[in-house]
Write a protein that binds this ligand. Structure first.
Ligand code: COA
Ligand code: MG
Length: 290
């Protein structure tokens, strides 16, 4: 289990932003060759990405790169160039079927074999963001053990559906829930939608809290302002940790006395509540050691 709370994009045509990203302590840095880069600058950006991934110090941040979509002519050249920098993971947008991931898996396996690297070293992360992606989600999730996370792309999904985006986001809520459910079923991390508003802290705080509530492990971010807010939202608070410790202590004590359930301050504590508390404290421990 690794932390993926703030998943920061840094446009590959802007070396200053990638350099800066390396100083921001985001859990993941995703150097972006796709939508942050104009089609006129794809080649220059590809070389920048390989250079940055190969030479910059990313600290503890996961070193990721988002290549262009499988349906574009940039996809294979991107893959061939960025793989040489041996990123921690390759993020593939607009994944619509299992075969695409299996093809990339085979490509990476051949590369790892040639370089005498452990097979599976380079992880895959799939962005789920079209109607077809959702229809084929089960097969996508089961496509390869190299797949490590699913990312929810709300803006492209809205295009695919012909939906109108709203602040409340009810037009993408079914898909947002579906993604986190499939990710959990297949042992994958789920990373929530981008909040395009990067000036209003309250807007991102509310949206990040919703994602954490649904079971997402983190959120895509596009601006330095959003990182601490998102990291906070996906980290247990001191009160939550204290409550979880109390629940664990009292429940374990009662179990020894042969009881399966107890009341604590007017609220039922039974096995699922105990397991939620344990899960929360495991996450807190991971954050402490990050
Ligand atoms: N990664 C790293 N650094 C970033 C950053 C990012 N995503 N976004 C902004 N910064 C830096 C700026 O370079 C600037 O640095 P400086 O003070 O050293 O000059 C500082 O943070 C403040 O930036 P600001 O002036 O507020 O924003 P901007 O006008 O430079 O950029 C955006 C605004 C939206 C263009 C920019 O945040 C961005 O490019 N985000 C990523 C977009 C993207 O990747 N989209 C595709 C994925 S959805
Ligand atoms: Mg997208």
């Amino acid at each position: 289990m690794r932390l993926r709370r703030a998943f920061l994009y840094a446009p590959a045509d802007d070396l200053h932003k990638i350099e800066k990203a390396c100083t921001l302590k985001a859990d993941c840095i995703c150097v972006d060759l796709e939508d942050a880069v104009s089609s006129l600058k794809k080649e220059e950006a590809r070389l920048n990405a390989a250079h940055a991934l190969g030479t910059f110090d990313f600290g503890k941040s996961e070193r990721l790169v988002r290549i262009n979509a499988p349906s574009t002519s940039f996809f294979m050249p991107d893959l061939r160039i960025v793989v040489d920098a041996i990123p921690d993971g390759i993020v593939i947008p607009k994944v619509e079927d299992a075969e695409t991931l299996q093809y990339v898996d085979g490509f990476l396996e051949a590369f790892e074999g040639k370089k005498e690297l452990p097979v599976g070293l380079i992880r895959l992360i799939a962005i789920i963001e079209t109607a077809s992606s959702f229809v084929n989600l089960k097969e996508i999730c089961a496509s390869t053990p190299r797949l490590s996370a699913l990312v929810f792309g709300a803006e492209d999904l809205a295009v695919s559906l012909g939906a109108r985006r709203s602040a409340a986001g009810q037009e993408v809520f079914y898909a947002r829930s579906q993604l986190v459910l499939f990710a959990a079923a297949y042992g994958l991390d789920a990373i929530d939608l981008v909040c395009n508003n990067y000036r209003d802290a309250e807007v991102i705080r509310t949206e990040a809290a919703q994602g954490a509530q649904l079971g997402y492990c983190g959120k895509q971010v596009i601006h330095p302002n959003q990182i601490p807010i998102v990291q906070d939202a996906f980290s247990p608070t001191t009160e939550e940790m204290e409550r979880a410790r109390r629940i664990m202590e009292e429940y374990e004590q009662r179990m020894e006395d042969g009881k399966g359930a107890l009341g604590m301050r007017g609220s039922l504590v039974d096995m699922p509540v105990y397991r939620q508390a344990r899960q929360l404290l495991e996450k807190a421990q991971l954050i402490q050691s990050w």
